[in-house]
Design a protein around this ligand. Structure first.
Ligand code: HEM
Length: 441
C-alpha cells in the first residue's frame, strides 16, 4: 500500500469523495490511507481488496458509520440500514419479490408508465430537468409494482422528498456536528415532516393492500409476516414505512441518475447515439415495445453497462471492520473504514484501457472479476438489480423509438459524490417528438 496524501489534501476527500480517490489514483494507486486524525480511512479502487472486504471476509465488515449511521438515523431500521440476524432474515424474505421472474412480470407496468411520462415531457413548453423527471417516473413505477399503489398526483412530491432526503443524509454525514446543527438551519425539521408524510402514505398503502394485494409484490411479502392485531408482529407499520422509504430511495434516484448520465453521454457522442437508434429501429421497428425487448437489444445493453461504468450511481461502498484483520501487508484494526469507490475502480488504468473514454463495445468481453460492480458485491448486493436493468433498457427503447432530445448544459459537467453520483448541474433537456409517429429518422 502507498502512503496517501497529506492532511491538508486529505480533507478534500470530504467535498467529493469518489472523484478525489479517482484523481489521486495516478499518485497513490488503488489502495491508500487518508491522513485524517483519529480515524483510519482507506481509499480503495482495487478489486482484490474489494473482494476481501465485500465477499471473502464479508462477515467482518459492516456498513460504515460514515453515511449509513445517518441513513439509519433518518430512515430507521430497514433492509439497507441494518446488519446481523434481522437483516439476514429480512433480505431472504424480500428476495422472493425481487427474482428475475418477478421483475419480468412487472415490465408491462414499466412500459405503461414510461409511455405516459414521456408523452408528458414532450408536451411541456420548458425543457425537463431530466434526473428529476426520471425520478418522478421511477416513483410511479415502484409505487405500483412494489406497493400496489397508484396515485400519479403524489409522485412529484415524493420524488422531491427523496431528493431532499438524499441531500440531507449526505450533508449530515460530512461532519459529526451536523446532525445537531441541522435543527438550526431547518434541515432536520424538513426531513421529519417528509417522514410524517410517508408515514401517512404507508397507512393508505397498507389499507389498500389489506383489501386486495398483488401476488408476489413486496408489500404482499411484507404483509405476510405482519399481523396488526398482535402487539408485537415481526413486521409492523413502522417497518413497512421504513422499507417504503428505503426501496423508493434506493430505487428511484439511482436509476434516475443512471439514466441522466446515459443521456448526457449520448448527447456527447452522437455517433453512438445513432448506433443505438439504429438497433432500436431494426429490432423494435414501429411495433409497440414489449417486455421481452428488454433482453433483445445488445448494443443498448452495452451502452447502459458502459454508462454505469463511467458514472456508477451508487459510487461508494463503505464498510467498517469489526475485528482486526490482515489484507496482504495491511493490518486492519477494529473500526477502520474502507471507502470502496466503484467510480475510481471503474476508471483505474491498471484494469481498464482508455478508462475515461465512452466505449460501449468494451463490454463485449467480460471484465476482470470485481473490477466492475455498479450493483455492489457480496451480501449487500443490490436487491433491485433484476428490475433496474430491464427498466432502464425499456426506457431507452421507448424513448428513442418515438422521441429525440436536445440537452443544454454548461461544460464541464462534473460528477459530485452525494449518496448517488450526481452531475454538478441539472441536465435540462428538451424532448422532441420524431417527425413521423413511431419512427426513428
Ligand atoms: C441503476 C440502478 C441501481 C443501482 C446502480 C443500484 C446500486 C446499488 C448498490 C451498489 C447497492 C449496494 C450498496 C452497498 O453495498 O453498500 C444497492 C443496494 C440496494 N439497492 Fe440498489 N441500485 C439500483 C436500483 C435499485 C432498485 C430499482 C431498487 C429497488 C426497487 C434497489 C434497492 C436496493 C436496496 C434495498 C439495497 C440494499 C440491499 C442490502 O443492503 O442488502 N436498487 N444498490
Amino acid at each position: 500500500m502507498n502512503n496517501g496524501p497529506s492532511i491538508l489534501k486529505s480533507f478534500k476527500f470530504v467535498s467529493n469523495t469518489s472523484v478525489f480517490i479517482e484523481e489521486n489514483l495516478c499518485h497513490y494507486g488503488g489502495i491508500f490511507k487518508l491522513s485524517i486524525p483519529f480515524h483510519s480511512i482507506y481509499a480503495i479502487a482495487n478489486p482484490d481488496v474489494l473482494q476481501h472486504v465485500l465477499v471473502r471476509n464479508e462477515s467482518n465488515y459492516i456498513k460504515s458509520k460514515i453515511y449509513w449511521a445517518q441513513l439509519r438515523a433518518v430512515v430507521g431500521d430497514a433492509l439497507g440500514t441494518y446488519e446481523g440476524e434481522d437483516w439476514v432474515w429480512m433480505k431472504k424474505l424480500q428476495m422472493k419479490s425481487y427474482t428475475k421472474e418477478q421483475a419480468q412480470g412487472n415490465l408491462d407496468e414499466v412500459i405503461r408508465s414510461n409511455d405516459i411520462h414521456f408523452s408528458e415531457w414532450n408536451t411541456l413548453e420548458k425543457p425537463v430537468d431530466l434526473i428529476h423527471a426520471f425520478s418522478k417516473l421511477n416513483v410511479a413505477i415502484l409505487l405500483k409494482v412494489l406497493f400496489g399503489f397508484e396515485q400519479s398526483g403524489l409522485c412529484e412530491r415524493i420524488a422531491q422528498y427523496i431528493a431532499e432526503g438524499e441531500e440531507t443524509i449526505s450533508w449530515r454525514s460530512t461532519f459529526p456536528w451536523r446532525p445537531y446543527t441541522g435543527w438550526l438551519n431547518g434541515r432536520n425539521q424538513r426531513y421529519k415532516k417528509s417522514i410524517q408524510y410517508i408515514g401517512k402514505l404507508t397507512d393508505e398503502i397498507i389499507e389498500n393492500n389489506l383489501r386486495e394485494t398483488k401476488v408476489g409484490s413486496l408489500i404482499e411479502t411484507l404483509l405476510s409476516e405482519s399481523d396488526f392485531t398482535k402487539e408485537k408482529a415481526r413486521i409492523d407499520r413502522d417497518i413497512i414505512r421504513n422499507e417504503l422509504i428505503i426501496h423508493l430511495g434506493a430505487g428511484t434516484e439511482t436509476a434516475a441518475v443512471g439514466m441522466g448520465w446515459v443521456f448526457y453521454l449520448l448527447h456527447k457522442h452522437p455517433q453512438i447515439k445513432k448506433q443505438l437508434e439504429d438497433e432500436i429501429r431494426e429490432i423494435v421497428g414501429n411495433d409497440p415495445v414489449r417486455p421481452e425487448h428488454a433482453y433483445q437489444l445488445p448494443f443498448t445493453d452495452l451502452v447502459l453497462k458502459e454508462a454505469l461504468r463511467l458514472y456508477p450511481p451508487s459510487h461508494g461502498l463503505v464498510r467498517d471492520a469489526v475485528e482486526k484483520d490482515q489484507i496482504g501487508n495491511l493490518e486492519v484494526k477494529p473500526g477502520d473504514t474502507f471507502f470502496i469507490s466503484s467510480y475510481a475502480l471503474h476508471r483505474n488504468p491498471e484494469f481498464w484501457d482508455r478508462p475515461n473514454d465512452f466505449i460501449p463495445e468494451r463490454f463485449a468481453n467480460e471484465p476482470q472479476k470485481y473490477t466492475y460492480v455498479p450493483f455492489g458485491a457480496g451480501k449487500h448486493t443490490c436487491i433491485g438489480r433484476y428490475l433496474a436493468r430491464p427498466m432502464m433498457i425499456l426506457a431507452l427503447a421507448q424513448f428513442f423509438q418515438k422521441y429525440d432530445f436536445e440537452m443544454s448544459v454548461s461544460e464541464p459537467v462534473i460528477p459530485v459524490s452525494m449518496a448517488t453520483l450526481k452531475p454538478n448541474q441539472p441536465l435540462y433537456t428538451r424532448v422532441v417528438k420524431r417527425v413521423r409517429k413511431n419512427e426513428i429518422h
